[in-house]
Design a protein around this ligand. Structure first.
Ligand SMILES: Nc1ncnc2c1ncn2[C@@H]1O[C@H](COP(=O)(O)OP(=O)(O)O)[C@@H](O)[C@H]1O
Ligand SMILES: [Mg+2]
Length: 471
């Protein structure tokens, strides 16, 4: 028999809690990105951000052409801790982003929405901190069509979608001199940073490799995707991809480890391309892991405490992809700015890093003897135990966003490479040193084969030394 317990309901103080939740760690760019998450999740293909400077009346508006919300859905969306089911690939998580991200930047948040399936009426609600401070109740203000300014209704004229409007931008402008030139300049700089941030965080959506292509504008400027792996550079190297299995708190999941080596400075197609690939925080800071959750970048650069930043490894960038099922393992925070590499996979990741870092250092020093795209390796003498012909041919680069269909852990190397033994030497042929050959095989091998190759080469070296000694 279940026991009846006597309870008292203790509702949080709206005034105090909403105020504290303004400080969960957003800044302007990460807050806008969280609103954009919602638009993408609502299947928007066009997201327009407008930042208008008008002193105290300045505003920020994020308008999408997604599926929109019915009145009931909008009310639920405005609730702190919206109740909903999340699927494996949802960008949302806590049911907080819309409110906490917005009110971390402004004192008045209005959401207007039009949904295709209902009567196409526009519905709108508003969280206003003045109202909350006065009433100390969890109340949103109901706004009807006639009370809405054209600024909010105009993007929804005739089509489904959602508009999020931020007003009284106390945190963005600072209230001391909101009309001054410094405030205007500050806002302009923030817009530039925003463009850059969105181009990086959502590059896969902007490039159309995560479903339909999404377009974004900031004050009518089209946001350009920034691909950390510079895949349009012919000398970028895509190393084999590995699947790491993880079980955490009873949930099994797969993490994809995809290493890339960006070209040496002189091997970029132009100095501009080199500069562009550098990224928002420049080469040194941008080396390391790029952690993606459901296709959206949640952390860019840095080695998650596995190693320190190093000029010599700055060309190494590694995509780590996980699905929201593994959120607990990665300890994702509300503002989606930080994750932690799960302790269980650290050793495996460290091991996988070794060959990548080695190639990155060689590329940096230009000592690499490993194959470059288009290079063909010629007859090799004195290697009796090697297969007659090793051939690894791939149609091109690995396709970002392509789901892995097999359980095989590796995608073939992207270069077209032929290593042949036997045959007669022609004038263009050359001998390869054992070290060079070792490098070639490592670059063709799957990570689990690395120790085998290293072992064989060690034996080969010592047997060659022995036979030289005997001679
Ligand atoms: N632009 C939008 N279009 C359609 N629905 C939205 C939009 N923004 C928010 N929502 C709805 O509001 C809910 C709450 O959003 P949010 O507070 O960001 O939490 P979360 O994204 O974690 O669920 C979302 O789950 C979604 O159902
Ligand atoms: Mg959200």
């Amino acid at each position: 028999m279940p026991q009846t317990v006597e309870v008292d309901e203790v509702i949080p103080s709206a005034r105090r809690l909403i105020k504290s939740l303004r400080d969960v760690g957003y800044n302007f760019t990460t807050a806008v990105a969280d609103i954009v998450d919602n638009s993408i999740e609502a299947e928007a293909t066009q997201i327009d951000i407008r930042v208008e400077f008008d002193g105290e009346d300045s505003w920020v508006r994020i308008a999408d052409n997604g599926r929109g919300m019915t009145e009931e859905e909008l009310l639920e969306a405005m609730r702190y801790g919206s109740e909903r089911e999340y699927s494996e690939e949802n960008l949302g998580k806590f049911g907080l982003g819309l409110k906490t991200a917005s009110l971390s930047q402004c004192r008045r948040l209005t959401v207007a929405s039009r949904n295709n399936s209902s009567s196409m009426n526009l519905v709108a609600r508003c969280w206003d901190l003045e109202h909350i401070e006065r009433e100390n109740r969890w109340e949103v203000i109901r706004l009807n069509g006639t009370e809405l300014e054209p600024g909010i209704t105009e993007p929804l004229r005739g089509n489904a979608g959602t508009v999020v409007l931020w007003e009284r931008l106390d945190r963005i402008l600072g209230y001391k001199h909101p009309y001054g030139e410094p405030a205007r300049k500050r806002l302009l700089t923030m817009c530039r940073e925003l463009e850059e941030h969105l181009g990086m965080v959502f590059h896969r959506f902007l490039m159309g490799v995560e479903g339909s292509r999404v377009r974004m504008t900031v004050n009518d400027n089209e946001v350009q995707p920034w691909d950390p792996f510079a895949l349009n550079e012919p000398e970028t190297r895509v190393l084999p991809r590995t699947e790491i299995q993880l079980e955490y708190a009873g949930i099994r999941g797969t993490i994809l480890f995809e290493p890339y080596i960006l070209p040496h400075k002189d091997d970029f197609t132009s100095p501009d391309a080199f500069k562009q690939a550098s990224g928002p925080n420049n080469w040194n800071q941008q080396q390391g892991f790029y952690i993606y959750r459901a296709g959206r970048l949640v952390q860019s650069g840095g080695w998650c405490r596995l190693r320190t930043l190093d000029e010599h490894t700055k060309l190494a960038r590694i995509a780590l992809r996980f699905s929201p099922a593994l959120d607990e393992a990665f300890k994702i925070n509300v503002a989606k700015m930080h994750v932690q590499l799960p302790g269980q996979i650290k050793e495996e990741v460290k091991k996988l890093l070794e060959p990548t870092l080695k190639i990155a250092q060689e590329t940096y020093r230009r000592t690499s003897s490993t194959p470059r795209p288009g290079q063909v390796y010629r007859p090799l003498q004195n290697a009796g135990s090697l297969p007659r012909e090793i051939r690894a041919v791939n149609s091109g680069r690995s396709t970002p966003g392509m789901p892995i269909k097999t359980t095989s852990s590796v995608i073939p190397v992207p270069q077209q490479v032929e290593v042949q033994t036997g045959g007669s030497r022609t004038s263009g042929d050359r001998y390869w040193t054992l070290d060079e050959l070792n490098e070639i095989l490592i670059s063709l091998a799957e990570p689990e084969e690395f120790p085998i190759i290293e072992g064989v080469f060690e034996r080969l070296r010592s047997s060659l030394n022995t036979s030289r000694d005997e001679r």
